[in-house]
Design a protein around this ligand. Structure first.
Ligand code: ADP
Ligand code: ZN
Length: 722
């Protein structure tokens, strides 16, 4: 048999099956590789590359449910599409190797007969021993560590009491399976539009079979309730459901809502969870004990034995694209998994991606529409602030109209949100005397001042340093000045202008984890925060009934890069932020500060004309043969120094494909010419839709030999052009 190992190797390796062992496709097995013993998956018949006499034996078959046929096909599919080694993709599907071992039972301690008798007179014991006995007497049997903590004692005291016969040891199953969400739990009464959409989606779930449905509804239209109904239908069939969400680590509100709807929380999956949690969750999913998983993009590779529905909420979100290792898009690969599993998938958005809209137009996906907000809530009024006509004061960033609106909102006892997609205090720090800019030593990027942390940070590689006392260029002291605003600087301006307003600041780096996000969100819900200032993490999903004003501090930010999707992304993000305003009884307004009020994106936002905006955007992509009307791939070459990158770049240029319908651009120094100490060059390959771009690339890559120090990354359907 061949066994695929979770390593970036060329393919699966052949092994001999011992005569006394029974293995089937998908089984997890331990095999020798060199001197190591590794865990892999039985992938297929032996390739026959190695003579049978020389084959090594499979050492052991692990007691874990096998990897399903569907997931193995997904691994191969993704590897093939992204030009990654299958083993690198498999590694994502077996991200917690020790989940393959049976869970160890846990030893707990309870009161023995002798201990019960001893309770009558504890004065003969040491104080710590007496405390432990009391704690045990008060509760159910627990592991030594938990008892020790509760009794402010130590595990050795617990064990000594057991040795002396006061405590009895009890083997407990390691833990309980996750709670089961109850599909019979009554949901809210749906509006007519919701009912209609839910009916169609539930029918698809009931019938099974592959289909893609876009749930397209304005912010606050109640899309979540609609797909909750579909999840209930999926649970009723006894199948598992998977929901992918961006910023899952920060979605306490979503989880609370799910819990209310189904009477139990879903199983969570994202990278910030601890190892033990991930191990348990992986195992639960594999054993079919996790009916609903809510997770980040990596949850797509979990080993569901019987998936019945996939939901991708905020399907247009850029965070579904993984940019490191195996470079893939979880929405697109989600559609692939659904097709392999022959199940429905729902894409959910208020501003769907152009790709999805084109798929609707071409009849591949079906669209369900929720045209208005749920209940009495109205969509907010959008006003554009022309910063050329009404600029802020010097070194300030809030224009007079926005200050006025903030004043009125606060006076009315309502809440406001200020959106600025820039972490830290200032995006750039320069020397007033000589103009020197502080740059990252490892990247082509400016260092960003984080005043709260007292450091300058690189947002690309994590390099950080303190502000130097003297300018390294001209030697002047105290000459550094911040340029431009980050959210820390914005909150400084807010404090100066509104000393009584209670501010909350939310960015990925000001939140230390899910708990601090939850606290902040609760503070906004409780109205102990008046103004929430944040980066794009505030744009997503939150529902604050008293929030009536949204201020977009710099709408032009996202348009600067000018890459393929800059306009689309900016439109989606600003639309989503605007959607936070006026979600309940009180009407909302959105003020958008811009220096380019005539820009197409801003005009479309003002006119609230999404369809026209996307029609124009689609036209221009079509004219240029850009995705989704053409195929695109990036080749990123990086080396330890500039000359090695250059050399490799030229080798690729010499062998670049010359085929009709294929255009190769580059090598160009990447905008991030230096990233994490690596020197980078980029190629962009553009091909007609009918061309097998992967085959073209594979052949090209096969023609070029580069030294080991040079890395080649292939990015199919690139979203980042840096
Ligand atoms: P979306 O996901 O489309 O932005 P949500 O599902 O978050 O919208 O719904 C917006 C608000 O309306 C939420 O507070 C939600 O609880 C409420 N809501 C939606 N549908 C219903 C319903 N059928 N009954 C009661 N409340 C609803
Ligand atoms: Zn850096």
């Amino acid at each position: 048999m061949s066994v695929l190992l979770p390593l970036p190797l060329a393919g699966a390796y052949d092994y001999r099956v011992p005569s006394d062992m029974n293995v089937a496709l998908g089984d997890f097995v331990a095999v020798p590789l060199g001197r190591r013993k590794l865990t892999g998956v039985v992938w297929g018949d032996a390739s026959g590359d190695v003579a049978p006499g020389k084959l090594k034996e499979i050492a052991e078959r692990l007691p874990a449910p096998p990897l399903s046929d569907e997931l193995r096909r997904l691994v191969d599919w993704v590897a093939n599409y992204t030009l990654s080694p299958a083993g690198a993709v498999l590694r994502m599907a077996m991200s917690v190797p020790d989940a393959l071992l049976p869970p160890r039972p846990m030893t707990a301690y309870g009161l023995s007969e002798k201990g019960r008798v001893a309770l009558d007179d504890l004065s003969v014991m040491t104080k710590t021993r007496a405390r432990v006995l009391q704690v045990v007497a008060d509760g159910a049997p627990e592991p030594a560590a938990d008892l020790a903590r509760r009794a402010a004692s130590s595990t050795s005291v617990v064990r000594a009491l057991a040795d002396a016969g006061y405590l009895a040891m009890i083997e407990l199953p390691r833990r309980l399976p996750p709670d089961v969400p109850d599909f019979r739990h009554a949901g809210p009464t749906l509006s007519p539009a919701q009912t209609e959409a839910a009916r169609e989606l539930c029918e698809k779930v009931d019938a099974g079979g592959f289909s893609v449905t876009l749930l397209d509804g304005v912010t606050g239209s109640g899309k979540t309730e609609v797909y909750f109904a579909a999840i209930a239908a999926c649970l009723a069939k006894g199948k598992q459901a998977l929901v992918l969400l961006p910023e899952i680590a920060l979605s306490a509100q979503f989880l609370a809502r799910f819990g209310e709807r189904f009477g139990a929380p879903p199983v969570l999956w994202h990278s910030e969870l601890g190892h033990a949690h991930r191990r348990d969750s992986w195992r639960d999913v594999a054993e079919g004990k996790a009916p609903v998983v809510v997770g980040a993009r990596s949850a797509l590779f979990l080993p569901f034995p019987d998936l019945g529905l996939i939901v991708i909420d905020e399907e247009q979100d850029g965070s579904f694209k993984q940019e490191e290792g195996v470079i893939y898009h979880a929405r697109d690969m989600g559609v692939v998994r659904a097709s392999l599993a022959k199940i429905p998938i729902a894409l959910v958005s208020a501003t769907p991606s152009l790709e999805t809209l084109v798929n609707i137009e071409q009849g591949r996906y079906r669209r369900l529409h929720l045209p208005s907000r749920f209940g009495v809530a109205r969509l907010p009024e959008i006003r554009i602030v022309d910063m050329r006509a009404e600029p802020p004061e010097r070194q300030r960033f809030l224009s007079p109209p926005l200050v006025k609106a903030l004043t009125e909102t606060l006076e009315a006892g309502e809440q406001a949100m200020l959106f600025l997609n820039r972490r830290g205090y200032a995006p750039l720090t320069l020397c007033r005397t000589c103009g020197h800019r502080l740059e990252c030593p490892n990247c082509t990027a400016w260092l960003v001042e984080h005043r709260l942390a007292g450091r300058l940070q690189c947002h690309h590689c994590g390099h950080s340093e303190t502000l130097p006392p003297l300018c390294p260029h001209c030697g002047d002291a105290k000459s550094f000045v911040p340029c431009g605003p980050g959210i820390e600087r914005l909150s400084e301006e807010m404090t100066a202008r509104f000393p009584d307003a209670r501010l909350g600041v939310m960015a990925s780096d000001t939140l230390t984890g899910p708990r601090s996000a939850e606290q902040l969100i609760r503070a906004v819900e409780d109205h102990s925060v008046d103004v929430l200032i944040g980066t794009q993490v505030v744009a997503k999903g939150h529902h604050f009934p008293l929030l009536t004003l949204v201020g977009v501090v710099d709408a032009d930010l996202g348009l600067e890069g000018g890459d393929l999707r800059a306009a689309e992304r900016t439109f989606q993000l600003l639309h989503q932020v605007s959607g936070r305003a006026g979600r309940a009884e009180r009407p909302g307004i959105v003020l958008i500060q811009t220096w380019m009020p005539d820009n197409g994106v801003i005009a479309a936002l003002k006119a609230d004309d999404r369809d026209r905006f996307f029609a124009l955007e689609a036209e221009s992509r079509k004219a240029h043969g850009m995705p989704p009307f053409g195929r695109l791939a990036a080749l990123i070459i990086s080396g330890p120094d500039d000359s090695s990158a250059d050399l490799a770049g030229r080798a690729f240029a010499r062998t670049a494909p010359h085929l009709p319908g294929v255009e190769t651009l580059g090598p160009a120094p990447a905008p991030l010419r230096l990233l994490r100490g690596r020197h980078r060059r980029r190629f962009l390959v553009k091909a007609r839709r009918d061309i097998n771009l992967q085959a073209v690339l594979r052949e090209w890559l096969g023609r070029v030999k580069v030294p080991n120090s040079v890395r080649i990354q292939v990015d199919i359907d690139p979203y980042s052009f840096m």
